[in-house]
Design a protein around this ligand. Structure first.
Ligand code: PGA
Length: 258
């Protein structure tokens, strides 16, 4: 059972795609509710490109009225560690909050790789997200090289500890996303996912005394492999990239996680 189902649209989508997504997702959701098939209600959210957030929030407002239980939140994909200033092109968590977002991804591996975000920057962004009433989904994950060298446990431990520096862990979520599993169709074995997710939980408990941190898994999750992943003891939810782009497939991920 998962308590968070998050989608990451990355740099994809259009207004038309959002229209279709909400239509398709809610067609299934309304039907599901009508047939009393709902057992668990996770927090469901999609993180869309920032320019589409306002449009997606309006659609969410409209469509969330059609269901009584299943609701969709809209989140950001990144935020800055300052509230305002001379940071051309960046998005302040203040803006996300003003528009009505409650969640934001921080430290995604694509930002770590292409925007040179360090653990220190990720931690600062996450602190500022919380200050602005957003829940950060703080991403961590090892490269294939690190995994093959069997250094993944120590790598993740260091990455987690540094990426949550000064973060209020009662208000944050961690997402374990092995870089080599993102967008590749390759998924670690269920034992491997369980090993890392429970390792992250014990690191957080040992270092910071927080025992109930939510840890998601992300990397090539889809409706056909969610069943096993969602049953893992230390997986509290999933962060989905490619398979979150279609409303019907995203709904099927929810359905098959039950
Ligand atoms: P993917 O992406 O599901 O397409 O592998 C996951 C992510 O980057 O969050």
């Amino acid at each position: 059972m998962i308590s968070v189902l998050a989608g990451n649209w990355k740099m994809n989508g259009s207004k038309k795609d959002l229209d279709t997504w909400f239509k398709d997702f809610f067609e299934k959701a309304v039907d599901f509710e009508k047939n009393n098939l709902i057992k668990e209600i996770p927090t469901i959210l999609i993180c869309v490109p920032s320019i589409y957030i306002d449009y997606a929030l309006k659609l969410a407002d409209e469509y969330n009225k059609k269901t009584s239980k299943l609701k969709v939140f809209v989140g950001g994909q990144d935020c800055h560690y300052e509230d305002k200033g001379a940071f051309t092109g960046n998005i302040s968590p203040l803006f996300l909050n003003e528009f009505g977002c409650e969640f934001v991804i921080t430290g995604h591996s694509e930002r770590r790789e292409y925007e040179q975000e360090t653990n220190e920057i990720v931690a600062k962004k996450s602190v500022n997200a919380i200050k602005n009433s957003l829940t950060p989904l703080i991403c961590v994950g090892e490269s294939l090289e690190t995994r093959e060298a069997k250094k993944h446990l120590e790598f993740i431990e260091k990455q987690v500890i540094e990426s949550v520096k000064d973060v209020d862990l009662n208000k944050a979520i961690i997402a374990y996303e092995p870089v080599w599993a993102i967008g590749t169709g390759k998924v670690p074995s269920l034992d491997d996912i369980e090993e890392i997710n429970s390792h992250i939980k014990s690191v957080i408990a040992k270092e910071f005394g927080i025992k109930n941190i939510k840890v998601l898994y992300g990397g090539s999750v889809k409706s056909s492999n969610i069943d096993g992943i969602s049953k893992l003891k230390s997986v509290d939810g999933v962060l989905v990239g490619g398979a979150s782009l279609k409303g019907e497939e995203f709904f099927n991920i929810y359905k098959n996680s039950l």
